[in-house]
Ligand binder design. Structure first.
Ligand code: URA
Length: 218
């Protein structure tokens, strides 16, 4: 992992970078886009387990006793899916963090002129002090949605760690989140250059939701 603009990135992992390259490629169709998003979720969740607490345990093989490991934190993960693009990403994440309690929120930018974030669906489990809260949202662009989601999560309890797990972030989004909250860890495959005037990450990968679900709006 390499720190970049306040986020932890996987720029040093050629395998994760190769999947990201495929996601960025405009020729990647929806079927493969979802497939790569799910793979990325799986490998990034695996990387996050390296930051979790574990204990050494004894195990009996059919032949003898051996030393083993139990990742204690695995029992205390709360995952929050931010609709919509996180659906295929989450599919991979939960393959690794399979004991997680899962919440779902829908958050989208409202209409002009205010562009306020609207949360139409919120289902968040109770969050305990021993939990690791992981908010799964592929694109950390302006950071406004995530600020709202974190604020919402705070109503359900205080976790010992708060993590945002994404594919790409813009420096503006990371800055916004870090200014607003202390102790929020951000893990992304990479941090891109900037946001464009429509709030898209550049070079980015386009609209992750549209690319995953084969849709086009306005
Ligand atoms: N959401 C996306 O899907 N893509 C971006 O670049 C920014 C937000």
């Amino acid at each position: 992992m390499i720190e970049k603009n306040g986020a932890m990135t996987f720029e040093d992992s050629p395998y994760i970078m190769e999947i990201l390259t495929a996601l960025r490629d405009e020729r990647t169709d929806s079927i493969n886009f979802r497939r790569f998003l799910s793979s990325l979720g799986r490998y990034m969740a695996y990387e996050i387990t390296k930051t979790m607490n574990y204990e050494k345990i004894d195990v009996s093989t059919p032949l003898a006793k051996a030393k083993g490991v139990k990742i204690k934190d695995m029992e205390n993960v709360v995952l929050i899916t931010v609709l919509r693009a996180s659906i295929p990403f989450m599919e991979g994440v939960i393959k690794v963090l399979e004991k997680a309690r899962v919440g779902v929120v829908s958050a989208s930018r409202g209409s002009p002129p205010k562009f306020e974030i609207e949360m139409n669906y919120v289902r968040i489990p109770k969050i305990k002090k021993e939990d690791i809260l992981i908010i799964v949202d592929p694109m950390i662009a302006t950071g406004s949605t995530l600020v709202k989601v974190i604020e919402e999560c705070e109503k359900y309890g205080k976790a010992k760690r708060r993590i945002i797990l994404g594919v790409l972030a813009a420096p503006e989004g990371i800055k916004r989140i870090k200014e607003k909250f202390e102790n929020v860890e951000i893990y992304v495959a990479d941090v891109d250059e900037k946001l464009n005037e429509r709030g898209y990450i550049v070079p980015g990968l386009g609209d992750a939701g549209d690319r995953a679900f084969n849709t086009e709006f306005e």
